[in-house]
Ligand binder design. Structure first.
Ligand code: HEM
Length: 352
């Protein structure tokens, strides 16, 4: 009984709080005459219930009615939806500085080292400094070319597995093989070695990176009604804190391994490069341990899925279009020949 009363009081208190903030938003909205058109929303939830499992289609339907620049409210948060090339140019090019930052989402707090990841950092000197470091020190043509032989090793391994399976007439799951290939290449470039299931807590490394990306992009009610974030109604904060701890322990272990490594001849991975900047007077990059952890999370998230999905879709399209496959095979035969594997250095001659 006591427990029920406590719950009722909590819910009433939360509702009162939410109405209070809602009233503030309404007031602000009434005074702000320059908002673009948009559908009327419900109290508290705003237009959230108008968006279903296919948000792009729901937004397209609404944009047909309200125009290419439309105002919605998700919970208590104002949202502007832009849906024509001309309007997109206004937001992303003409006025890009105004809209360059991302909102401080819950995920950016818990699994982004307090917005230190490039993808979540507000536009400003930190973002510019880190972006410069990534472009010049980690992703430059020169640095990427130092990993060329490693990429070839991994590719040879992938081709060998597929060839062996083909010889023995065994079916392969190409998507899963491509994903593992992409994960292995990415990890060797960023962290210096490959990771197996056992290496990272209960779920394994790859699954945890994927869960991090999933939870970072999942709908979190607390982002739209911040007043109830303390209740963690979907259990996402608890999960994000657990993931953040797993990653933090993992990164600390990796840093130690790098600091203790005596192998002078190995190719410097991204962690070596960034650790070299910590506390250094000779660099313009202001890097702390947490900065490195945030940037590694960026790199893992930005490279694993994008590269795997690109290869995956290319293969699917080649299988679906034999005419294109034939043309590609013809070009490879002419430029590379049939006696050796295609190399990265062949790429500039492969126009198709
Ligand atoms: C086919 C593969 C890839 C595609 C299609 C792709 C696409 C993109 C796109 C569209 C963005 C902009 C995202 C936004 O601003 O919302 C982006 C950002 C980024 N990408 Fe990639 N990417 C790929 C591979 C990679 C790889 C291999 C790396 C690193 C090893 C990488 C690192 C980054 C980083 C660090 C950012 C964030 C930049 C910032 O916010 O300033 N990407 N990528």
């Amino acid at each position: 009984m006591n427990l029920t009363m406590e719950w009722i009081c909590t819910i009433l208190a939360v509702a009162a709080l939410v109405f209070f903030f809602q009233a503030l938003t309404w007031r602000r909205r009434r005074t702000n005459k320059r908002l673009p058109p948009g559908p009327r929303g419900l109290p508290i939830l705003g237009n959230l219930l108008m968006i279903g499992t296919k948000p792009h289609q729901d937004l397209q339907r609404l944009a047909r009615e309200y125009g290419p620049i439309m105002h919605l409210r998700f919970g208590l948060m104002p949202v502007i939806v832009v849906s024509s090339p001309e309007a997109a140019e206004l937001f992303l090019k003409t006025h890009d500085l105004v809209f360059a930052s991302r909102p401080p989402l819950e995920a950016s707090k818990y699994i982004s080292y307090n917005q230190q990841k490039l993808v979540f950092a507000p536009y400003g000197s930190y973002w510019r400094n880190m972006r410069k470091m990534c472009t010049l020190e980690l992703l430059s043509n020169h640095k990427i070319s130092t990993f060329r032989s490693m990429r070839k090793q991994e590719l040879d391994l992938l081709v060998r597995h597929i060839r062996e399976a083909a010889y023995s007439g065994v079916a392969v799951d190409l998507s899963s093989m491509v994903t593992s290939f992409s994960t292995d290449v990415t990890c060797r470039m960023i962290i210096g070695k490959k990771y197996d299931r056992e290496d990272f807590g209960e779920k394994g490394f790859e699954a945890t990176v994927r869960e991090t990306m999933r939870i970072a992009s999942a709908f979190n009610l607390a982002d739209y009604i911040p007043q109830i974030r303390g209740l963690d109604l979907q259990g996402q904060t608890k999960r994000m804190k657990a993931i953040a701890k797993d990653f933090d322990d993992f990164f600390e272990k990796i840093f130690e391994e790098h600091v203790e490594s005596k192998d002078e001849n190995r190719t410097k991975d991204f962690i070596d490069v960034m650790l070299g900047f910590v506390g250094s007077e000779e660099t313009e990059y202001r890097v702390e341990r947490d900065t490195i952890k945030a940037i590694i999370l960026d790199m893992l998230g930005a490279s694993m899925d994008t590269s795997a999905a690109t290869i995956d879709w290319t293969l699917v399209e080649l299988i679906r279009h034999p005419r294109v496959t034939k043309k590609l095979q013809q070009e490879l035969e002419n430029v590379v020949g049939l006696n050796r594997t295609v190399e990265e250095s062949d790429l500039e001659k492969l126009e198709y």
